[in-house]
Design a binder for this molecule. Structure first.
Ligand code: TRP
Length: 429
């Protein structure tokens, strides 16, 4: 049986809000309960240092977020739940990945580019106020993911680019040093795109429009009452399209409830009444978790102990893997020669490269050590299908070539392809 490794992190820079819950915590906790899934949840406190210069806030936020995930049903016995800064292998891997990441790729990262664009518009130096930490953010995130060879990463849409970058890092590293990393996939819960905030824009700390997940009920109600709506009077039919309130409801309700709420909109429900319904529906889901949260917040040492156990589990994977990677890149003891080395220099063998064509479709090719193309796929509509085809070729060689006939360009040198595939199948160091 194959297990899928799912991993996600939350930056410990604030208090968890409904957007975090709907977009990351809830889907990930649910996914962790599925059979055949191995989950990794972590508190991204190194990431927090990029944005937060207030130590007390980093600590407070770490506690709040840990308590939140536990209150939302995370079972630390069943999953690996840890704090990023308890795993020193992660910053070490960050450096390895830094050395295979194009600076130009990082120049195009959304968060960095947004700062540059803002500076440019203001007539300032493009990099004014931009730390190297912000610039390197995607590499640290790549290390988080690749350290545990996560297959799936549940994230918000704004993070998709970072996962794509992690895939590129994996491919570049693998190309140079052999197949160590699995390319990760971003997983977006389709029904809940991004949750709107109080002002209708995406709920985000940077817009100051969030609703804290575990705010007391009276405050939750008050905040919901403050959500922007249009000025339609009671009795006037209202449009669900673009209604922040409706989207919020939908994120918590089932299909039936949502249809009823849409009906109420069409029949001209008063905004005050609609807001009351939203509050009640949200609180129904949140109240039991809020109770657990408040309990947990009274005992930080229990949470600390839970995180320490999680770190032990995480390092049981990270420490030996990092040793393997150090060896792979040539950080080796000088007094030991590696007998296996010659036969396993992976950079001399062929590698699969998965990439996105200019038309946006997903392709792969098999290239030899000198970069010559041995095998070229036609286009796949999604990256998973392309990855499956690669897996098939790796596992079944010749017979897979036949199975995949329609998805491969004519093969100029079939013997070279078969040799490369069987070499890839040999166990690595
Ligand atoms: N960048 C993510 C966010 O702001 C947090 C994060 C850090 C993360 N490392 C990660 C998410 C690795 C998923 C995987 O939401």
């Amino acid at each position: 049986m194959t297990t899928t490794r799912v991993l996600t992190g939350i930056t410990t820079s604030g208090t968890p809000h409904l957007g975090n819950y709907v977009g990351a915590i809830r889907p990930t906790v649910r996914a962790s309960r599925l059979a055949g899934v191995e989950s990794f949840y972590f508190l991204a406190d190194y990431h927090a240092l990029i944005k937060v210069g207030d130590p007390a806030r980093v600590q407070r936020s770490t506690l709040e977020i840990a308590a939140t995930w536990l209150a939302c049903g995370l079972d630390p016995e069943h999953v690996t739940f840890y704090r990023q800064s308890d795993v020193p292998e992660i910053p070490e891997l960050t450096w390895f990945l830094t050395c295979v990441t194009g600076k130009g790729v990082l120049n195009r990262a959304h968060a960095y580019k947004a700062s540059v664009d803002k500076n440019t518009a203001a007539g300032e130096d493009p990099d004014a106020g931009v730390t190297a930490g912000l610039f390197m953010y995607p590499v640290l995130m790549g290390a988080d993911i690749l350290m545990f060879n996560a297959h799936q990463v549940p994230v918000g849409r704004d993070q998709i680019q970072h996962i794509e970058m992690a895939r590129d890092m994996a491919a570049s590293f693998n190309h140079l040093y052999g197949e160590h990393f699995t390319p990760p996939q971003a997983v977006i819960e389709e029904h809940v795109a991004t949750l709107p905030g109080l002002d209708g824009r995406k709920m985000s700390k940077s817009y100051d429009n969030t609703i804290p997940l575990f705010t007391p009920p009276a405050q939750l109600r008050k905040l919901i009452m403050g959500i922007v709506t249009d000025s339609k009077a009671p009795g006037e039919p209202k449009s669900t399209e673009g209604s922040a309130l409706f989207q919020l409801y939908q994120a918590f309700a089932n299909a039936e409830e949502t249809a009823e709420f849409a009906q109420a909109y069409a029949q001209g429900i008063a905004w005050g009444e609609a807001k009351q319904q939203v509050f009640e529906r949200l609180d129904q889901e949140i109240a039991p978790m809020r109770e657990v949260y408040e309990q947990l917040m009274t005992d930080p040492s229990a949470i600390e102990a839970t995180l320490k156990r999680g770190a032990d589990k995480a390092r049981a994977i990270a420490t030996p893997f990092m040793a393997q990677l150090r060896h792979a890149v040539g950080l080796r003891a000088l007094d030991k020669t590696d007998k296996k080395q010659k036969s396993t220099v992976k950079s001399e063998s062929a590698t699969f490269k998965q990439y996105r064509a200019d038309n946006g479709q997903f392709c792969f090719k098999l290239v030899d050590a000198k970069g010559g193309v041995l095998l070229q796929s036609t286009a796949f509509s999604d990256p998973k299908a392309a990855a499956n085809a690669i897996a098939l070729l790796r596992e079944h060689g010749k017979s897979a070539l036949k199975t995949l006939e329609n998805q491969l360009e004519p093969i100029p040198n079939i013997e070279a392809v078969l040799t490369a595939l069987s070499d890839l199948n040999k166990p690595s160091a």
